[in-house]
Structure formats: structure tokens, C-alpha cells
Design a protein around this ligand. Structure first.
Ligand code: NAP
Length: 250
């Protein structure tokens, strides 16, 4: 089966592509660097020819509110007709848990991406994941005020990219759900505590302060604002194991 992974060179894409190839599928890791651009439309028609499944793992180069919204809207509007013309039978996208009940600019852009998928007429499955463990450093940086990282004490349940990629591959090979399924990491703890454990483990001297008023990308975080409320599939890699693996790779 031919599977196109748009964003196949990114963090999750580069882990998903080899899993699908090992399963004997013809997989195109599509991205601007391979001549496929979902914003300009370059290479999309050729990439989609003969594809049965498309996995969208793209991300915006800029996280600024307007830029990210424009990215996911434009990309989605270009992907839908290209996939429809090629007769794609399953569109899979990676989204984020709680985007429709926690407000920030990035989440609004992901809601727009999901809406385009849901109204596209192409059978689909949306996987909503919690924050990636690989993103913990970026979160600390974005919440830093000098040497203090201010984070709300709401619950947090990050998941490792190594747990996500096999699930994305499995979902892509299963029948479309025409709905959303949620995945999260195996540990649930206050946001500030997880980031503090991460910073300590990587030798970052910054202190983490628990601050209920601290914002996440500009949005307020209540106790369960970032974690699944219903049934979610859980990854196996906890934070300590992920830190061990990251150190071994470095
Ligand atoms: N970070 C989180 O905590 C989190 C949580 C849940 C879900 N997600 C979602 O997971 C998805 C994948 O994230 P990631 O961290 O794996 O992304 P990433 O590492 O930033 O990779 C982004 C990919 O998108 C490609 N790309 C960028 N612009 C493109 C364009 N115009 N046309 C085609 N491809 C383009 C990049 O190609 P180049 O390599 O050529 O630039 C790269 O392959 C995102 O949609 C994100 O919203 C993230």
C-alpha cells in the first residue's frame, strides 16, 4: 500500500516512516526538503498519485498565533483536493488533547485543522496526543522569567515520541474511525512538577515556581485543562525512562 507522510521528516514523521516501511509499505516521506509543500501546493499531486493513506504530521515553522492558524488552514485546504483527486481512502492527522476546551493561539489553529478534516468528505482518523516529552525544554523556555520558570499546577501527562509513532502507524493501517482517539503518557502529575523533574535531570539550574495564574502559550490552565477527560490509550515510556533513553542517544 502507498502511504504518504506529509511532514515525514519531522520528530514524529521520522519515527513513523520506518515503522511503516518495515511493514512492507511504500512510504513517501514528504516535506519541503523532498519537494512536497502543503502550503504552496508544490509536488502534492505527484506525491498523492496512487496513495491510499495520507498521514499529516506537518507543523508550522512559526508558533505565532496568526502564522500558525494560516499554516494549518492553508495546508489543510491544499491537502483536501489533492487527496480527493487521488482517491485517498484514509487521512490520519496528529492533533492535541483538549484543543477545544483550552484556549491559546496554537490550539485554535489545530481546531481549524481538525474542522477541515472533518468536513473534507475523506474518511479520517484524528489522533489527539498530550504534549510530547521532547517539547518539555521548549515549554520551560517559553515559561521562563529569568531564572524562574512559572507554570500552573494543573495536571500534565506528557507522552514520548517513541510511544506516539507506533500508534500513528497502527492507526494508519486500521480502518478510518471518522472520529477522534486520544493518547497520553503513562504518568499524570502537576505540570510544574514534571517540568521541574525534567530540568533537574538535564542539569538546568532554573527553578520552577507553581503559579496558578501562569499561562500556557497565553491560555489559562485549570486542573484538567491539558489531560484527557475520557478514555485514552496510554504510552509505556515514563519520564525517567525517556530521560534515560535521551541521555543514551546524546
Ligand atoms: N509538540 C507537541 O507537544 C504536540 C502534541 C500533540 C500533537 N502535536 C502535533 O504533532 C504534529 C507533528 O509535530 P512534530 O513535532 O513531529 O513536528 P516537527 O518535528 O516540527 O516536523 C514538522 C514537519 O512538517 C514539515 N513541514 C513544514 N512545513 C511544511 C510544508 N509547507 N509542507 C509540507 N511539510 C511541511 C517539516 O518538513 P521539513 O523538515 O522539510 O521542514 C517536518 O517534516 C504537529 O501537527 C503538532 O501540532 C504536537
Amino acid at each position: 500500500m502507498k502511504i504518504v507522510v506529509i511532514g515525514g521528516t519531522g520528530l514524529i514523521g521520522s519515527k513513523t516512516v520506518p515503522i511503516l516501511r518495515q511493514g512492507g509499505h511504500e512510504v513517501l516521506a514528504a516535506s519541503p526538503s523532498s519537494g512536497v509543500n502543503s502550503i504552496t501546493g508544490e509536488g502534492l499531486k505527484e506525491a498523492m498519485t496512487g496513495a491510499q493513506v495520507v498521514i499529516d504530521l506537518t507543523n508550522s515553522p512559526s508558533f505565532e498565533d496568526r502564522a500558525v492558524l494560516e499554516f494549518f488552514e492553508t495546508s489543510g485546504r491544499n491537502l483536501v483536493p489533492a487527496e480527493a483527486a487521488a482517491g485517498v481512502r484514509h487521512h490520519v492527522a496528529l492533533s492535541i488533547v483538549a484543543i477545544d476546551r483550552t484556549d491559546n493561539g496554537y490550539f485554535r489553529a489545530k481546531v481549524a485543522q481538525e474542522k477541515l478534516i472533518e468536513t473534507s468528505g475523506i474518511p479520517y482518523t484524528i489522533i489527539r496526543a498530550t504534549q510530547f516529552m521532547e517539547f518539555l525544554g521548549g515549554i520551560a523556555d517559553s515559561s521562563a522569567d529569568g531564572n524562574i520558570v512559572r507554570l500552573p499546577p494543573g495536571l500534565f501527562q506528557p507522552i514520548a515520541a517513541d510511544d506516539i509513532a507506533p500508534i500513528v502507524a497502527e492507526v494508519a493501517l486500521a480502518p478510518p474511525r471518522n472520529g477522534i482517539s486520544e493518547i497520553a503518557g503513562p504518568e499524570l502529575a502537576p505540570f510544574n512538577e514534571i517540568v521541574a523533574r525534567y530540568l533537574k535531570a538535564v542539569g538546568d539550574p532554573r527553578e520552577v515556581a507553581s503559579d496558578p495564574e501562569a499561562r500556557y502559550w497565553g491560555g489559562r490552565v485549570e486542573e484538567r485543562s491539558l489531560v484527557p477527560l475520557g478514555e485514552a490509550r496510554l504510552g509505556r515510556i515514563g519520564l525517567d525512562e525517556w530521560l534515560r533513553r535521551s541521555k543514551a542517544r546524546a
